[in-house]
Design a protein around this ligand. Sequence first.
Ligand SMILES: C[S@@+](CC[C@H](N)C(=O)[O-])C[C@H]1O[C@@H](n2cnc3c(N)ncnc32)[C@H](O)[C@@H]1O
Length: 276
Amino acid sequence: MESTPERMYLDLLKKTLSFMLWPEPPVNIRTFNFMRPLYKRLIAGGLAKTFGAVGLQITQHKVFTEAEKAEGKVWPGYADTMIGMKRLDNLQDCIETVLKENVPGDFIETGVWRGGACIFMRGALAVYGEKQRRVFVSDSFEGLPKPDPAKYPADREDKHHTFDYLQVSVEEVRQNFAKYGLLDERVVFLKGWFKDTLPAAPIEKLAILRLDGDMYSSTIDALENLYPKLSKGGFCIIDDYALAGCQKAVHDYRDKHRIHDEIIQIDWIGRYWRKS
Ligand SMILES: C[S@@+](CC[C@H](N)C(=O)[O-])C[C@H]1O[C@@H](n2cnc3c(N)ncnc32)[C@H](O)[C@@H]1O
C-alpha cells in the first residue's frame, strides 16, 4: 500500500489507539475483578481499598503477545479500543472506499466502550479533508443491558452486563476524543440503550455501520433500526460474529430481509459485507 502522509497518520493513530507501541504496563488489581470468583473479588477489592487509602496501588501484570494485540484477542488495560489492528485495518479500508466512491452517509458505531474505533473514524475524515460527514457514537455508557430472555432467548445466559470493565462514561469517551484533538460538533453522542436511542436518532443515511454490542438484542436492535439507512455501497461491519448470540441476530436479520451479500471474514471474530 502506498505510504502517503494521510496513511502514515492513520497508521500511527491505529497503533496509538490500540496501545501497540508500548508494552502493557501493570493495571490496578481491581480492573479485571469481574473475571474472578466472588471471594477473590472481595479480597482484591479490600486490598485495593486499604492500600488506596494511603496512596498506594496494588497492580497485576498481564502480558500480551503482539499477535494477540493485532487480532484484538485481549481485554486491554490502557488501549482506547479493543478491536485490534486487523479490524482497524478493515475499518480504514471501508472508510477509504466510501470516500473514494462517494458513497453517501455518516458513520456510526453501536457499542463504543472507550471510543477508539469512533475516534479512528473521525481521524480518517479529518485527515482526508472530509467536511460533511458525522460520526455517531452510540452506547449506554454504562455497560451492557441485562438479558431479556422472554424477548430474546438467545441472550438467556449472557453475562456481559455484570462486567464493570465494559462501563465507560460518556465524559471519559469525550475526553478520549479530545486528547486526540478530534472532539467537535461532527461527533454526535447517542447515550442510552440502543432500543431507545436508535429509533429516533437524527440519522438520514449511513455509509459505515459498525456493530459492536456483543449480544443478540444489541445486534438485532442496531440492525433493525439502522440497516435500512445504510446506503447502497456502504459497509456493515459485525465485530462480534464469532459470538453465538450476535451471529444468530445477523442471520435472523439477513434471512428476514433476504440479504445475500457475501459475508467476508476479517479475523477470528469480525466479519463484514457490502450492501448491494
Ligand atoms: C465490546 S464493547 C465495544 C468495543 C469498542 N467498539 C472498541 O472499539 O473497543 C461493547 C460496548 O457496547 C455497549 N452496549 C452493548 N449493548 C448495548 C445496548 N443494547 N445499548 C447500549 N450500549 C450497549 C457497551 O456499553 C460497551 O461499551
